[in-house]
Design a protein around this ligand. Structure first.
Ligand code: ADP
Length: 154
């Protein structure tokens, strides 16, 4: 079985995240889309909301399981029996950041390999950070998020 973990903050999920799962789908037997409870990042949306959106978006994806984890991503990979991590690359800063993390994960994770997919051009400017700013500024963010979810932000 080839299993992978797609870890992220998903604060909130965007069409860029969904596109990555769609494109990785044929490559794996199982994809664990998992929210990391990050000790450094403060999220705008609660863990429950983020998990709820993921469950809604991927409800018809037989090979996707939605989860969450605290601590090291590689430990979660071992817990669920995943040999691969999935990450997206949008630009050079993603690359610089991901390169080091991937090398470290390969060492501390005892051969957990990271598989990178380059973002499709139409999504390379999509990020949760930008979507959060639009939401906070009360702008229209519909085009950035999956069609089947509703985000309520007061
Ligand atoms: P993190 O806080 O771990 O970076 P994110 O939810 O921001 O979590 O992103 C999770 C993963 O999804 C990262 O690998 C990121 O590069 C990727 N990703 C986010 N947006 C896009 C996009 N528009 N296209 C491709 N990959 C993306």
């Amino acid at each position: 079985m080839k299993n992978c973990v797609f870890p992220g903050s998903f604060d909130p999920i965007t069409k860029g995240h969904v596109d990555l799962v769609d494109r990785a789908y044929p490559l794996f037997d199982k994809i664990y889309v998992a929210v990391g409870e990050n000790s450094v990042k403060n999220s705008l949306f609660s863990l429950e909301k983020r998990i709820g959106w993921l469950k809604e978006v991927f409800k018809d994806y037989d090979k996707v399981e939605v989860g969450k984890f605290v601590g090291l991503t590689v430990n979660y990979c071992h817990d669920v029996g995943a040999q691969y991590l999935l990450r997206g690359l949008r630009n050079a800063s993603d690359f610089d950041y991901e390169k080091t993390i991937s090398q470290l994960n390969n060492i501390i994770g005892e051969n957990v390999e990271t598989v990178f997919l380059i973002s499709r051009p139409e999504y390379s400017h999509f990020s949760s950070t930008i979507v959060r700013e639009i939401i906070k500024g009360k702008g229209n963010y519909d085009q950035f998020i999956p069609n089947n979810i509703k985000i309520n932000y007061e």
